[in-house]
Structures are given as structure tokens and as C-alpha cells.
Design a protein around this ligand. Structure first.
Ligand SMILES: Cc1ncc(COP(=O)(O)O)c(C=O)c1O
Length: 465
């Protein structure tokens, strides 16, 4: 029988805190009948966010095309029926057959048009690969560009741990750079340089830099100038850029706007930095995480190199085809002429307005608690919350991170499940946790109230020490 020691060291070393020990314990408690508020993961439908109707109408018809021969006019919007027929004209074999490795042609074309509409820049459908979610896109790139054991990728601290875990699996090294908490978690050129120089001193070879915008876990949105600085930095040190833009629709303040790396790079007329951009249907107002639907767009890459990325995808045959069509629907939402348009707009606004309101409530309420502070999230679905503990408590354990002990006790006492900051990385001598603001408003208010009482009690030294 295969035993633990028979497993790949890389697998054993890979760490993914978002579904780590705290979540396992939460599931155990739930089985014992405890009510758990899961704030650990950005999984909107888990919090009863409803799927967008037009998406599910078209997908249902594609899953069961015989419906198109029945009298369904009262059940489906006319544009959904029209679109399902259009998709079936493009792929007469339906969604149950493999597609071409890089994805269905008309979907790639629709994505290219979406990018052009969004950014006012040209986009080449031949440089787009459909993937099973953005995770698969990022993993493909990481596996493809890590060549030697000292190759590494610069990753933000804090970061979304899929990146460090995937790098570990690929045999590459994480080269962390701190995000600037004092400056709304923007990137800072001096810090980038410091991280790069330290890596070089240690004989590491940084081959790329990953940037997550809007940020997970920080909820920050990068300014145009910040993105320009990053592109110049990558260019100067001959690194590719991995731009994770899965939260591009999740922007909540008027002061912030989404700028894609593709757009900024085009404006700067930079054509010698390879850019890998990721997008997904898991986030935004769709929240279709379970459909595993996303894409990779690549710029500034020779044809023979791109062919190797397609070969990589061909080893998996292709991305799931329902997911590919879902991506098509994401990039071609209903237009004002469509029967389903009003409902689409109402559903979209309702989801985004609700998230906006909750991001503000969560941020403001947390900042009222003594010993807790947070940059109010401007985007994405998370807040990265700073916790302050009395000096004496910092020596509680040498084996388990202090924020993990804190989050475990928070779970045991209140049923709230959040992820310790150490799972994402953080500045030495700081402690954080990440929470989503996906639960309903009332639950967020209950969460903050319970956290306040917990934090007061937890930090009360007389009782604990
Ligand atoms: C920054 C970031 N990138 C990628 C993903 C994963 O996206 P997908 O579901 O498309 O694989 C997530 C999921 O939370 C994320 O936060």
C-alpha cells in the first residue's frame, strides 16, 4: 500500500491555507451540530448568491438541446433560446465532446472582442487559451516557465496561496515581495527591488512577477501609475508578468478603477515583456466557481513558444466545454435589445451593490474594535484584517503561528471560520486574518459583534496568562 513517505516531496511541501486546518476543524464542529459561519473562501454561491439567469438559461438548453424542439417560449428568454441555437451552430457536436486544445474558436474570438471593448486595445484570439478556471491557467504558466531548480517567481506577501503551492509543485521557488499595508497595499518599487536583489544575492533566478489586481487577500485595487511602475520593473529585470485579474468586476469605490495590465502595457507601447493575464467566471457578479471556467491571454510571445502552451493544454485534451461556453456568456452579456437585458442588469446591480455595501460595513465596523484595524476593501471579496495582541502573548507557541492559534480559538468560541494571515504571508511581527464579506449583511454584523467580544476576552491578559 502506498504510504505517506511514498508521496512526492513537492506535494507534501505544498500548502493551501484557504482549505487548511481551521476549515477541517470547522467541518468537524459542523458535523457535531455547531453553526459555522464560513468566511474562509470566496465561493459566492455558497452564500446563496443566485446565479445569473441568462447564463443558466443558455447552459440548460445546451445541456439538454432537445428542449429547443419543445414549446419553451414561456420558460426561457427569447435571446437565451437564440443564443443556445447559435452556440449549437458553432459546435454542432454539443457540449459533451472534446473541443480543440486551446478552446472553441468562436469563444476565443468573443474573448478577444471583450478585451478590445474593455480596454480599447487590439487582442488576438489566437493568443487566448480557455482553461478550467484561472487556477489552471496560472498553473500552466508556472509549470511552463520554471526550468531550473533556482528559478523563482516574485509573489506578493500577502498572496493567494494557490501561487506558492503551485510553484512548490512545479519545483520553483517563491520570491516574496511585501505589499505596502500603509499605502493601501499597493506595490512599492523599493520593496520590489529589495526582494529582487536579495533573491539574486541568494543565487535565485527570478523569471516572473505575479500581481493580483484587485487583490486577494488585501481587497486593494492598483492605480494606473502603480501598474506602470511594475511593467517598467519587469522590463528592466527581464521578467514575465502574471497578471491575475479575476476580480476585475469587483470594484466598490469611486476612487478606484480597474486597469488591465494589457491596457497599460499597450499605452506604454511595451512589446518586449511577456504578459500572461488570467480571468475567470468564478468571481465578479457571476460567482460560477463550480463551473471551472476561465481563460489565459498571452501577449508578447513568439509563435513557437505559444505553441508549447497549447501543447501543454492538449495534454489535458481541453478545458471543460460547458465552462468554455460559460466564459463565452461572461464576455457577451445581454444587450439593451435583448429580452433578458432588464433582468440581467437588475441581477448584476443587486449583487455588486450588496457587495459594495458589505465591504464598507465590514471595514468600518472592524475599525471600531480596539486592537483590530483594516484597510477598507476597495475591491475583490476580502478584507485582510490586522490584529494586535499584548506583547506577552507573542510567546505563546513556537510551533504554531500566533494567528492560527487566534483563528482556531475564534472558531471554537464563536463558530466563525476565517483564515490566518500566516497562510498568505505577512510582515514579520504583524498578525492578520482574512475574511470574506460574502455572508449576508446581518451575518456580517453578527460576525463583527462576536469578534469584538472574542478579541476583548482573548487579549485580556489577567485571564489568560
Ligand atoms: C486571486 C485569485 N486567482 C484565482 C482564483 C481561482 O480562480 P478559479 O476559480 O477561476 O480557478 C482565486 C480564487 O479565489 C483567486 O482569489
Amino acid at each position: 500500500m502506498l504510504n505517506y513517505n511514498g508521496l512526492s516531496q513537492r506535494l507534501l511541501a505544498a500548502d493551501y491555507a484557504v482549505r487548511g486546518r481551521i476549515v477541517t476543524r470547522a467541518q468537524e464542529l459542523e458535523k457535531q451540530g455547531r453553526k459555522i459561519t464560513y468566511c474562509n473562501i470566496g465561493n459566492p454561491h455558497n452564500f446563496k448568491q443566485k446565479p445569473m439567469t441568462y447564463v443558466r438559461e443558455v447552459l440548460s438548453l445546451l445541456e439538454y438541446p432537445d428542449l429547443l424542439n419543445k414549446n419553451i417560449d414561456n420558460l426561457f428568454h427569447s435571446d437565451s433560446i437564440k443564443r443556445a441555437k447559435y452556440v449549437l451552430e458553432q459546435i454542432p457536436e454539443g457540449v459533451g465532446a472534446y473541443s480543440a486544445s486551446a478552446g472553441v474558436g468562436f469563444v476565443r474570438e468573443a474573448i478577444a472582442k471583450f478585451i478590445t471593448r474593455r480596454d480599447n486595445v487590439p487582442a488576438n484570439p489566437e493568443r487566448i487559451i480557455l482553461t478550467d478556471g484561472a487556477s489552471k491557467a496560472a498553473q500552466t504558466v508556472i509549470h511552463a516557465i520554471i526550468k531550473n531548480p533556482n528559478d523563482g517567481i516574485m509573489l506578493p506577501i500577502p498572496q493567494y496561496p494557490m501561487y506558492s503551492a503551485s510553484l512548490t509543485l512545479a519545483g520553483g521557488l517563491s520570491i516574496g515581495y511585501y505589499l505596502d499595508e500603509e499605502n493601501h497595499w499597493q506595490l512599492n518599487e523599493d520593496i520590489l527591488l529589495d526582494s529582487y536583489n536579495t533573491a539574486k544575492l541568494n543565487k535565485l533566478n527570478p523569471v516572473a512577477i505575479t500581481v493580483i489586481n484587485p487583490g486577494n487577500p488585501t481587497g486593494a485595487v492598483l492605480s494606473y501609475e502603480n501598474i506602470k511602475m511594475i511593467i517598467n520593473f519587469a522590463r528592466k529585470y527581464n521578467m514575465a508578468i502574471l497578471a491575475d485579474e479575476v476580480y476585475q468586476e469587483n470594484i466598490y469605490t469611486k476612487n478606484a478603477a480597474f486597469h488591465s495590465f494589457a491596457k497599460v502595457m499597450h499605452d506604454m507601447k511595451v512589446d518586449d515583456v511577456t504578459l500572461f493575464s488570467f480571468h475567470s467566471m468564478s468571481k465578479g457578479y457571476f460567482g460560477e466557481c463550480g463551473h471551472r471556467s476561465g481563460y489565459l491571454e498571452i501577449r508578447n510571445l513568439p509563435d513557437d513558444v505559444f505553441a508549447q502552451f497549447v501543447k501543454f493544454q492538449s495534454i489535458n485534451l481541453c478545458a471543460n466545454v460547458v465552462g468554455q461556453v460559460a466564459t463565452y456568456l461572461m464576455v457577451t452579456p445581454p444587450t439593451p435589445e435583448d429580452d433578458s437585458y432588464t433582468q440581467y442588469i437588475n441581477e448584476k446591480n443587486c449583487i455588486l451593490d450588496d457587495l459594495r455595501e458589505k465591504s464598507i460595513i465590514l471595514g468600518n465596523e472592524l475599525n471600531k474594535i480596539d486592537g483590530i484595524s483594516v484597510n477598507i476593501p476597495e475591491g475583490a471579496m476580502y478584507a485582510f484584517v490586522k490584529i494586535q495582541l499584548p506583547e506577552i502573548m507573542k510567546y505563546q507557541s513556537v510551533d504554531v503561528a500566533l494567528d492560527e492559534i487566534y483563528c482556531m480559538e475564534l472558531l471554537e468560541k464563536t463558530g466563525i471560520c476565517v483564515v490566518p494571515g500566516s497562510g498568505f504571508g505577512q510582515m514579520p511581527n504583524t498578525l492578520h486574518f482574512r475574511t470574506t464579506f460574502l455572508p449576508p449583511k446581518e451575518q456580517i454584523l453578527e460576525f463583527v459583534h462576536a469578534l469584538k467580544l472574542f478579541h476583548q476576552e482573548y487579549t485580556c491578559q489577567e485571564k489568560r496568562i
